[in-house]
Design a protein. Sequence first.
Length: 533
Amino acid sequence: MMVFEYDQHILVVDAGLMFPDNYMPGVDLVIPDFQYLRENQKKIDAVILTHGHEDHIGAMPFFLREFQVPVYATNFTIELLKEKLKDHDLPFEPDLRKISRGDTTSTGPFNIEYISVTHSIVDGVGLAVDTPDGTIVHSGDFKIDSTPVDLQFTDLNRFAYFGSKGVLALLSDSTNAEKEGYTLSERDVRKTLESIFLTCKGRIIIASFSSSITRIRQLVELAEKFGRKVIFNGKSMITNVDIAIKQGFITISDGLRVHEQQLGMFRDEEVAVITTGSQGEPMSALSRMAYGTHKNIRIKQGDTIILSSRFIPGNEKAITSIINKLYRMGADVIYEKVSDIHTSGHAKKEELKIMLGIVKPQYFIPVHGEYRHLINHARIAMDMGMPKDHVLVIEDGDTVCFNGSDVTVESHACTGQVLVDGKGVGDVVETVLRARRKLSEDGIVIVLVAVDIKTGSIVYGPDIFSRGFVFEDQNRDILENAKTLTRDLLEKHVSSRVPDWEDAKTEIERHLKRFFFNVIERRPVILSVIVPV
């Protein structure tokens, strides 16, 4: 999420999400902290969405619960957002306004032109934001593909037009700033896919991102060319394809598309399945196929599985596990590391240089990607002759202030991450995560005992239950010794003073922590329950 602010007006660009890291057990989504916008709610004029990927629109359902402002985006992006909003009960009807590439809109002091860009999802745009202090160009996520399959070019002429007029600052996509050369064209990927369709004799099952409409379009065309029926599988895949068909991005001939329940009606060489699950997601369609739990599709000898996507960092283990399972079931698996069946939607170094060269900004701000990507993109700009003090590497929460020819970077905006767990938004804080991590590492031990409320004598227990700590049948001695220790502590506690059961619980937990570590070198979470009766 990015904020443009001038005087009493705010323009928000994108509101995306991240998926949780390994140190966030139980968390479903990570969204931006909206606190700065809450504090300045009356200033917000509009939201602009550059394209429909989750890291750019995923937080919009949560944003629209709080802020009633117009949302501008292209047709496909708006339709994807509408689908997302069906799962959320908003307090008011959202004001969604469709724009086309090349359109202009005005809100407050901002005049915005939407510039066509090529990306791994259709209908993406960059932005030229005209402000009273100058024009700011935002590249959006882009690459430069001179032969795009969908004919959605990155409009270099328009970017160059603004460069000729004078650009105060360029904000440019840094995701592939470490990679040399140019991004592979989508048409080159088609050549690889076509050779696979040409030589395969069995079923072809392709897993891809459901947002990769251009890739899906090519797969549909190849299936028709080689006489294969197309089956779309996975909820998001079916939803996105249906939207793309309505929008005219995919054309399917009559009789080409069939339902997965009709799979048995056709010979293996007559079938192509396009599915979700390229990242090894546990409940995805491809994962269910690999584990043999899919309702209608069973992997068998002779199947060819194509993972037509890159390995997203953090997903490598899940993906390789799926690949191994598919091989064990007799399938052949083709993926990016062994064949050119995927290309990035982000510009590499030479394309980034072209963007810098035609926009010719006074200031440059690398955006999108990790800090290392920002640094590498900044170095590209300086290698091209930009002064070091005109290249601004900023992080979340930093505020870049333009005032005439002066620019300053401040770090006062409230920012951060809000964790979404089920229906809870923001209620999982660091202390909760710490407890979850502790439970996941050494498990939990529960001590249960009942005592006479008058005498303090033990009338039941102590019983000890463990989950995720030790296998009780094989460690009875440890648990029995823990019971004896607990009983001794309680008897000592009762005989020495008027019973304080809260104090007794604390003492039991402290001594058992020490005992378990000395015996087995583990630190389980210990919960003691004393019930006076």
